[in-house]
Ligand binder design. Structure first.
Ligand code: TXA
Ligand code: MG
Length: 381
């Protein structure tokens, strides 16, 4: 096994010193870098040089955080085991969690995977570039440090012009987990990445707001029937329209089963305050419960926040009232969720109540993330 972190300590200049075993040999690495921050809020044509530099940094073993249409990613050369280890150190996350390989062109795929089924080909045709990650059998070129020891590799071709350009410039496939510190929600704004990773990566490219705000759908296409391991914006019915039958990893509905997508087994981001989802058929009752319970907690000296749909935001008398968007616009809700969870932490809210969002399609992915953030605490009223 390679890429095992043996020891982490803090040096005299506050740098992170890490001893990693790679290919059986211990290697000492230091991390406290000056992070170059680039803001891109107009056409990428005006930023040719910076994007070329970003590609060069990745190509030569460094780390660059960049925007994608789902969430921001922290990118490294997916073929370089040392670079992959740097990702784990920068995020402070366990190294058995497999990473997604990001490619700039469909032509790159054949080198890194062994079987591409007809169904997978149709899905590529339909959804790439875009927010769909597919799990294939890996080729010999893919190291186990990327896959966390698995025989499969997850591949995605993002649709964001900055992401695609950086990967193209790097001219290697790019390993990119979400660009948050372990234990924080995925970043959906450049500022989130600057908050989490300044001093830990070589460059941060701020490209504004992530359009979708939820991580990509992860779909296992190694079997006859494609299986959703992580729900996202490419929904079950969108996939079924292309390939017919689609299954869901059972653990999504039954927590006692071992998940097939290793990243799903970690206790996912939970805000510092206690988040509960308030569920009920009658909206007035949900509002009444949140107001009464919230005001009681405020009297006891706590800070209380609510995550509400836009139409109900005027109903609350609590410390922090955050509208997540319109109920008929799940994409808007998805793009605001992680931003609001971060804001609750920033404001040191002790108790957070959220509405339950009902529906199919993207709402399934929204509720998947919200339920994890709430540690499955759902209050029926
Ligand atoms: O939208 C996204 O997918 C973002 C952007 C940056 O592309 N990336 C992202 O990466 O969310 P990360 O590392 O936070 O999540 C990767 C997910 C995890 O749940 C992991 O377990 C799963 O993909 N995964 C990776 N390789 C896998 C494999 N070989 N088999 C099953 N699941 C895999
Ligand atoms: Mg993540």
């Amino acid at each position: 096994m390679s890429g095992i972190i043996l020891k982490v300590s803090i040096g005299l200049n506050k740098q992170i010193i890490c001893v990693i075993i790679i290919g059986g040999k211990p290697i000492e690495m230091e991390q406290l870098m000056e992070t170059r921050i680039v803001h891109i809020n107009n056409e990428i044509e005006f930023h040719e040089d910076e994007l070329k530099d970003a590609g060069k940094i990745i190509g030569s073993g460094g780390l660059v955080a960049f925007p994608t249409e789902t969430v921001y990613g922290i990118g490294a050369n997916a073929l370089d085991e040392v670079a992959i280890s740097k990702i784990y150190i920068a995020k402070g996350r366990p190294s058995d969690n497999p990473l997604i390989m990001h490619i700039a062109d469909v032509d790159w795929l054949a080198e890194y995977v062994t079987d591409i089924s007809d169904k997978a080909l149709s899905l590529i045709e339909a959804f790439w570039p875009g927010p769909l990650t597919m799990v294939f059998k890996k080729s010999e070129k893919v190291s186990y440090s990327l896959t966390g020891g698995l025989e499969t590799v997850a591949v995605r071709m993002p649709n964001h012009p900055i992401a695609r350009r950086i990967i193209k410039e790097a001219n290697v496939p790019v390993a990119a987990p979400s660009a948050n510190l372990s234990g924080k929600p995925s970043p959906t704004r450049g500022q989130h990445v600057i908050d989490d990773l300044s001093g830990r990566v070589d460059m941060i490219v701020d490209g504004g707001k992530s359009e979708l705000g939820l991580e990509s759908t992860v779909l296992d296409v190694t079997g006859d029937i494609p299986c959703i391991l992580r729900p996202g914006s490419i929904t079950r019915s969108m996939i079924a329209d292309i390939v017919g039958e689609v299954s869901f990893d059972d653990h999504l509905s039954d927590e006692s089963l071992v998940p097939k997508s290793p990243g799903m087994k970690y206790k996912h981001y939970a805000p510092k305050g206690q988040l509960s989802i308030v569920s009920g058929e009658i909206e007035e009752k949900v509002i009444e419960y949140i107001n009464l319970t919230g005001q009681k907690l405020i009297k006891e000296g706590y800070k209380v926040g609510v995550i509400t749909p836009e139409h109900a935001k005027g109903e609350f008398h609590l410390s922090i009232v955050e509208s997540i968007g319109h109920v008929d616009n799940p994409t808007e809700i998805g793009s605001n969720l992680f931003k609001i969870l971060r804001k609750m932490d920033d404001n040191q809210v002790n108790y957070i109540f959220s509405f339950e969002f009902k529906g199919e399609e993207v709402t399934v992915a929204i509720m998947n993330r919200l339920i994890k953030a709430a540690g499955h605490l759902i209050i029926e009223v």
